[in-house]
Structures are given as C-alpha cells and as structure tokens.
Design a binder for this molecule. Structure first.
Ligand SMILES: Nc1ncnc2c1ncn2[C@@H]1O[C@H](COP(=O)(O)OP(=O)(O)OP(=O)(O)O)[C@@H](O)[C@H]1O
Ligand SMILES: [Mg+2]
Length: 463
C-alpha cells in the first residue's frame, strides 16, 4: 500500500515542488497551506508522515506536532525550518517530531529522511505487534481458578519459582501440568532463558537419550551430524521433563546421574559438559505406585520429588468451573470472532454435574466446540457433547417382589443406598472424596452415612 504524506507549508511554490517530487517517488500526497486544514486532514485520514513548516502564518508548526501526540496518531513528522529557528526545531523533536531539515535543502535529503521516518514507523508497528503477541502468550499461561485448592497451587508456584529446586508436578491428564511448569519458569529468574520440554512418552525410547543429551556424528546408525541435546539447549533456562513416569529404566539411571553431577555426556562424545538448568518434571502416573511396582527408580523419585505440586482434578473443584467457562468463552470469542452461545440453566447445571474425566482440557475443547457450532444461539444440555454421559439417575430399579405380608420401604431403600455407597467406594479404592463426588453427595454426608450404617467398605475391597 502507498504511504500517505501530508505537506504543510505556506510557501506555495515550495509545497508544489515537494509534492511533485515525492509523488514521483511513489507516495500519496496531500498538501495544505494552512494550519486549520492540516489539522482537519490529520484527523480524517491515516497519514504516515507529515512534513511541517515551522512557521505557518498565524500558527506555529509545533502545534501540529503536539496535536499528533495528543491524538495518539501513528503519524511521524519532520519539521522544515530556517536557520534562525533551530532551537525550536530541537524543541519539536523533544515533543515527538522524528527529525528536522534546515531550509534550503536538497530534495534528495528530504527523500532520504522521509524513508528513514517511514522505516522507523514500520519497525515501531512490528514491535507493537510482537509485544501484544507476547502479552497474549503470557496471558495464556494464566492459571484460572480461585478454589482453595488452586489458590494453594498458585501460592506454591510463587514460592518455588524464585528457587532453583526441582519440582514434580502431579495431576490427572488435562489438569494443567504443563501450564504450571510454564508459570514456574515465567515467574523464575530464568524467565529470559529458554524453557525446553521433553515429552518422554512421545519420543521413541531409542531416540530419547540422544534427544535429551545430544550425540556426535556417527555415535549410532543414522547420526549423520553432531546434535545438541535438549539439556544443552535449555542452558540458562528450564528443562521440563513431561510424562517422566514413562521414562524407560535404563534412561532413569542416566538421568539420575545427570541430576547428581549436573553434567551431561552427549552420546559418542566421550566428554561431559556442565549444564546450568532448572528441572521441572510432570506425570499423570502415581509414581509412588510405580516405585512399588519396580518400574520407576526409587532414588530418582526422591531426587525429583523435592517439591511436589499436586493439581486437583476438575471434579474435585467444581467451583472453578464457571470461571474457566467464562475464560474459555472469552478466549474463543476473540479467536473466532463469534458471539457467545446462551446457556440455559439446565445446561449450566450440566457443566457442574459432569465428572470431567479429561479435566480442564476437556472443558476447553467443549467450549471451543460450542462456540463454533452454536455462536450466539441458545444451548440446553442436549447440545452438550457429554450429555450422553450425564443422565445416569434413571437406573433400573432392582427387581423387588412385594409379598402378601408387605415390606419395609425404609429397609429396602437403605439397602439399595448402602449397596451404591459400597460400589462407589470400591470404584474409588476407598477414596471418600472421590466416592462422594461420584454419588454427587458432599463428603460429610457420605461420611455420616458410612458411620451410621457401619458400612465395612474395606472388608469388601480385599475379597
Ligand atoms: N487452571 C487453568 N486455567 C486456564 N487454562 C487451563 C488451566 N488448566 C489447564 N488449562 C488449559 O487446559 C489445557 C490442558 O492443560 P495442560 O496441557 O497444561 O495439561 P496437562 O496436565 O499437561 O495434560 P496432559 O497430562 O494431558 O499432558 C491447556 O490448553 C491449558 O491451557
Ligand atoms: Mg502435559
């Protein structure tokens, strides 16, 4: 697109000469001989550059410079001035002008300065863009959730961020482990260094070691050149060992040594390199269990588990759901430019009742889908992708025969309730929090029922 230049000078022949010359160079030109007209043009058209004569009949060119600043226009300005008023020209630069030219000047000098001003404004615009991109990226790392559990997570993040200690981030799939890792890195003193991730579950076992520690040319078949490992790339920053529970045993030994010695040895190199990285690790596996089963080294577990951060499942903090919904609706409204669907009370309730096995990621996907499929439209629970998994209250009644002599409704209902409670406890290996949420009871109610009815859940587990 052609750049638009405004020329403001009360010397008609001067204006004409400049206008002719610059339009030959491919610029769009508007010329004014009066202050008021120039002022109007500036406010009505996007002007990239203004060439302003300092002395304009009854006005001072400085007033236009101030106007540009006051209106926060992107217009750059160059002052044209006689020798006598250099001081004012300098004043103009202080007030925001790009530069000045002393009259008389060569047109080629004007052209060069014009180009410089326009280049500068391009760089400024690019900078602005990068800055906003960076800000949105940073805000993507914002952890949403004001439940007590998430507040605790946030406060832990703040406390550990400033240290260099190893953090083990635990939580079911989609709970935000990577987000927490990113937040720790961002809040740490290593924030200007890189954060490099290694997904131990996604990289084939035979490649993982060279991915982590690098290799030299010829270290193994297919190693055609030297390659830096991710530990080395993360130098001065943070390395995030994601899905650490899936790391093969022979690598666990090597990682342990790296953690102890703070040195890595690229495959085939025979030399060791000192590394300066902070280590964060995450897994959705129960590592303690893996240690018991012998699939995860106990010594490595203790090395990593210096500070554990446990992110609770979404079903255990339903109070975060509305806030997360608002956040994702807003996020995808910006991304797609669609308006938000309208949720009926029934649909809102469904968001609370659903158990969210895929946690925040599932909620995020669900909102994205609603935003695309039903922008600005009313939504009830039947529109929700998970509605098939919702209505489980209409279970078949057990076949009960009512005998002649009658039957105690209370006993039957109590027995039925007991059976459901025991099943829920079995499903959750005795975890009362989880069992309560399966039954949509609060924990205290469940505990009371268990106590009152002397339910012997444990005896059934080990049958
Ligand atoms: N508290 C939160 N606030 C905002 N967004 C969140 C929150 N928790 C998770 N998310 C979003 O949910 C998605 C999943 O998060 P993330 O990838 O960090 O989870 P994860 O625990 O690493 O999952 P997985 O175990 O599957 O790798 C991401 O898009 C993330 O931005
Ligand atoms: Mg992850």
């Amino acid at each position: 697109m052609k750049k638009h230049i405004l020329i403001v000078d009360d010397d008609t022949s001067m204006v004409k000469a400049i206008a002719r010359y610059l339009s030959m160079q491919g610029y769009d030109i508007t010329a004014c001989e009066e202050y008021d007209k120039a002022n109007k043009v500036l406010q009505e058209k996007p002007i990239d550059l203004a060439l302003i004569d300092l002395k304009l009949n009854s006005h001072n060119g400085l007033e236009l410079i101030r106007k540009i600043k006051q209106l926060e226009l992107h217009t750059k300005s160059i002052i044209m001035t006689g020798h006598a008023s250099i001081d004012t020209a300098i004043q103009a630069i202080k007030e925001g002008a790009f530069h000045y030219l002393t009259k008389p000047f060569e047109l080629i000098d004007l052209f060069n300065l014009t180009q410089r001003a326009l280049d500068y404004s391009k760089v400024e615009a690019e900078n602005q863009l990068l800055k906003t991109q960076l800000e949105t990226q940073r805000s993507l790392y914002k952890l949403i959730g004001s439940s007590e559990a998430m507040q605790e997570v946030s406060s832990l993040i703040k406390r550990v961020a400033s240290t260099d200690s190893t953090v083990l981030i635990l939580g079911e799939s989609g709970t935000g482990k990577e987000l927490v890792a990113q937040a720790i890195h961002n809040e740490s003193k290593r924030t200007n260094g890189p954060m490099i991730s290694v997904n131990c579950a996604a990289i084939p076992n035979e490649l993982l070691e060279s991915e982590m520690f690098g290799h030299t040319k010829g270290a193994f078949t297919g190693a055609q050149s030297n390659r830096r490992g991710r530990f080395e790339m993360a130098s001065g920053g943070t390395i995030f060992l994601d899905e650490i529970g899936d790391m093969p045993p022979q690598l666990q030994v090597k990682l342990l040594r790296v953690l102890q010695e703070k040195r890595i040895e690229p495959l085939g190199s025979g030399r060791s390199i000192e590394i300066d990285v902070r280590i964060l690790a995450a897994t959705n596996k129960d590592l303690e269990e893996s240690v018991k089963l012998g699939t995860f080294r106990e010594d490595l577990y203790y090395r990593l588990n210096v500070i554990p951060i446990q992110i609770p499942a979404l079903r255990d903090r339903p109070e975060d759901i509305p806030q997360l919904m608002d956040y994702f609706f807003e996020h995808f409204r910006n991304e797609y430019g669609n308006s938000k669907p309208e949720l009926t009370p029934d649909a809102k309730q469904a968001f609370f009742e659903y158990s969210w096995p895929g946690n925040v990621r599932e909620l995020e996907n669900c909102i994205e889908r609603l935003m695309i499929l039903y922008p600005g439209q009313p939504i009830d629970s039947s529109h929700l992708p998970f509605h098939h998994n919702l209505d489980n209250s209409k279970v078949n009644l057990p076949k009960v025969h009512i005998p002649e002599e009658g039957i105690s409704l209370k006993n039957i209902v109590d027995n039925f309730e007991n059976e459901l409670i025991l099943r829920a406890l079995e499903r959750t290996s005795g975890n009362k929090n989880k069992a309560a949420s399966l039954l949509k009871l609060n924990r205290t109610t469940l505990v009371e029922k268990i106590k009152k009815r002397r339910l012997q859940a444990s005896s059934r587990f080990f049958e």
